[in-house]
Design a protein around this ligand. Sequence first.
Ligand SMILES: Cc1ncc(COP(=O)(O)O)c(C=O)c1O
Length: 422
Amino acid sequence: MTITPPALSVFETLESEVRSYCRSWPAVFDHAQGARLTDEDGHTYLDFFAGAGSLNYGHNNPVLKRALIDYIERDGITHGLDMATTAKRAFLESFQNNVLRPRDLPYKVMFPGPTGTNAVEAALKLARKVKGRESIVSFTNAFHGMSLGSLAVTGNAFKRAGAGIPLVHGTPMPFDNYLDGRVPDFLWFERLLEDQGSGLNQPAAVIVETVQGEGGINVARPEWLRALSDLCHRRDMLLIVDDIQMGCGRTGAFFSFEEAGIAPDIVTLSKSISGYGLPMSLCLFKPELDIWGPGEHNGTFRGNNPAFVTAAAALDAYWADGQMEKQTLARGEQIEQALLAICHEHARLGAQFRGRGLVWGMEFTDKSRAVAVCARAFELGLLLETSGPRSEVVKLLPPLTVTPEELDEGLRTLARAVRETA
Ligand SMILES: Cc1ncc(COP(=O)(O)O)c(C=O)c1O
């Protein structure tokens, strides 16, 4: 599966050095369907990456594609800023009927710019405006995006250094199990809040991922999330759950925090909300927090109407009943069993795994092994990325629509990649 240099030369000469995924996967991809991509040389790859969580329903999902083609063919509005459109109305109604109402979550819906970090910026700005305070608490190994506000609550030193200016008004606290269970949860955080001499300004909000997707597939326990929610209530801090990667069914339920039984004040969604890989993001918040003035937080691309069309089609097709959640949990068990077997076979490498729903991570004593495993997996036709501050975790993120047979195939390839790099 060698790629001739001319096929990649324009990317190497013209595209910025900042490019990353194309370095790990040196192929020129041409088309894709479901859980498979094909490159221009006709090689196919099984996708355990799913557009970093943006393709939960697979590539070119036929139901979503039909809705999109029909909309484009009838000259539906493509660009509409935040004008009222039929596509936006259909999305809002579908979101209300399939997601918010059945979960008794009376959130207001805000359309920030189209990317995840746009939603995070809106959430932080709103929390500061509501509370009239500047400080935000985030967690070790958090990832919330690459714009300056989001970077200020992100852990990764390499990404933070790219800011080039001080990243202020964010304070990191230990994520669940960061201290190996040796210290009671929130002991440090609560002590700082209580102590007038601690130097911690009273925070406006706490921002958290229930599973840290970029930070190493660190899974927060439901009881830890409940204790965090309780702490936020007691200490007058808003709770923001960043569900950009773990929402839209990735962990089973539509929202990843449902399992913990909490109702955050603010929720960010992006990645798979359009379902088709089209840029779209949402900032959801409790109605009493909706103190924005008209146009106070604004942007040209807040009305990606083709994304509204595929988003509504995805919600209607997959979230009108509980089937998707059940299927994801069943597929998750399939992965868990396979990872258990791989870790058992490679106990001497210190192989360990963790995850929820259809997001899993595997780690070895030798922190550099994950990169080698993913590189070998690519040669064997499987797309897998790494996660964690040292790229030390092999990350499994297949589309939710993956079949049991495809999962089995990918997991066997992963087992082979681990064996061949051991
Ligand atoms: C939890 C979380 N928040 C925010 C972002 C940023 O999203 P985007 O890359 O679309 O700006 C990501 C992206 O990986 C993410 O995983």
